[in-house]
Design a protein around this ligand. Structure first.
Ligand code: TYD
Length: 394
């Protein structure tokens, strides 16, 4: 198997590794570059960071803090339930703080979460949570303790796991004969069209096309029966899969979907090289714009201490000389510093401070929610900037 590299985002830290000043000296860095797997057509990192460096008891990302995500997961529950038996057995892989499972019955819903801070939380809520990484051994343990599952669900988790063959095989072993495996992750087509290269960071071992997923699922006893486009996380796909021998069907034309996706160039090296050129241009333009604000003596902050902004700030060498601080609603991130570039993170006030002139949308995927909340900032002449799909004032 060979992987052809098309993009190098340089030296990067752990994207969610928000840290204290005392931890600066020992910070871990790695080279973040991505390529195309010639065999499966998967866009994947050239070198994976060891999962336990990223997912541990100090993991800071909390899904349930955003209204958008809470609604998203309750809508997901409503759309899944009609396709399942009464009182289904449900397993979520990567359950975070329980934002999805809270919509399901405690007795018949199980969770897998390697970050023990979150596993403790959902165990305390009454959901049996396995504080481990997903693999064959764990799937066998769950099979012997709970039996097979009617639904195995995962949101923004499958793309985190380096070995997809083992992952999918373990899913197919635990799935009931007519069970559903439904998972959602950022979409490669969306990343290419939005130039949102910040979707690439340590945790995102892969950025999925349906083409690559189809190849990987098929060789591990699973088949795609439906694909739903989602607006969350800057454009995601929800994949509905079943066991290869399952009679479950949807009126969904996979062959047509794959042809159309192929036309957008998801596994075409020319298109991927062109994306890399646009990423470089985005970097140059963002640096130039921030230097202009600096010369004009404007106070610039960043809105949302996201993993995505870790990639941008490190790739573009943006530190506290250009961005005064980052605001964020997550208690675990406040009072710490951003990975790599060490910009201080402060609690998000109810409204952006009056002294702020410009706010970079680190959480550009929540643009609507943020603009609604911050209408006073916009009314007094404050400006949001983003790099998606190109560097611009919003
Ligand atoms: P997200 O975009 O999901 O991050 P990632 O790139 O790490 O997947 O997370 C959004 C972050 O922005 C999260 O830390 C919460 C923060 N946030 C705010 O501070 N204010 C807001 O109004 C919103 C919507 C998010």
């Amino acid at each position: 198997m060979s992987i052809i590299k098309f993009l190098d985002l340089g030296s990067q830290p752990i994207a969610n590794g928000f840290l204290t000043q005392e931890e600066f000296a020992d910070e871990f860095f790695f080279n973040l570059s991505v390529g195309l797997d010639e065999e499966t057509r998967l866009v994947t990192q050239m070198e994976y960071v060891s999962p336990d460096k990223m997912f541990n008891d100090s993991y800071a990302y909390r899904g349930s803090l955003s209204q958008t995500m809470r609604s998203h997961f309750s809508e997901a529950t409503e759309s899944l339930a009609p396709h399942l038996p009464k009182s289904p057995k449900v397993l979520e892989i990567g359950s975070n703080d329980g934002v999805f499972i809270k919509n399901w019955e405690t007795k018949t819903t199980f969770a897998v979460e390697p970050c023990s801070n979150f596993a403790d939380e959902t165990n305390n809520l009454g959901y049996t949570t396995y504080a481990s990484f997903w693999d064959t051994k764990l799937s066998e343990q769950i099979m012997s303790e709970q039996g097979c599952m009617d639904l195995i669900y995962a949101a923004n988790c499958m793309c985190h796991i380096p070995d997809l063959d083992e992952t999918f095989k373990a899913v197919s072993n635990l799935l009931a004969p007519e069970g559903l495996f439904v998972f959602e992750d950022p979409s490669l087509v969306e990343m290419l069209s939005r130039n949102s290269y910040d979707q690439i960071y340590d945790e995102h071992a892969h950025i999925f096309s349906v083409t690559a997923l189809n190849n990987l699922l098929n060789r591990n006893g699973l088949k795609i029966i439906n694909v739903e486009a989602l607006s969350v996380h800057g454009g995601s796909n929800r994949i509905w899969a079943a066991r290869s021998d399952s009679p479950k069907t949807f009126s969904f034309d996979l062959e047509l979907y794959l042809v159309q996706e192929g036309m957008s160039g998801v596994d075409n090296l020319g298109v991927l090289d062109n994306f890399a050129t646009k990423v470089l241009l985005s970097k140059e333009n963002l640096i130039e714009l921030l230097h202009t604000f600096k010369m004009e003596d404007k106070k610039v902050i960043s809105y949302g201490a996201t993993s995505k902004s870790t990639t941008i700030f490190n790739y573009c060498n943006i530190d506290s000389s250009l961005i005064d601080c980052i605001t964020d609603t997550t208690p675990e991130k406040q009072g710490k510093y951003s990975p790599g570039t060490h910009i201080r993170i402060v609690a998000a006030p109810l409204q952006i401070d009056d002294a702020v002139d410009v706010a970079f949308l680190g959480a550009w995927n929540f643009e609507k929610e943020i603009k609604k909340k911050e209408h006073k900032f916009v009314e007094r002449g404050g400006q949001f900037i983003t790099h998606v799909p190109h560097v611009r004032l919003v």
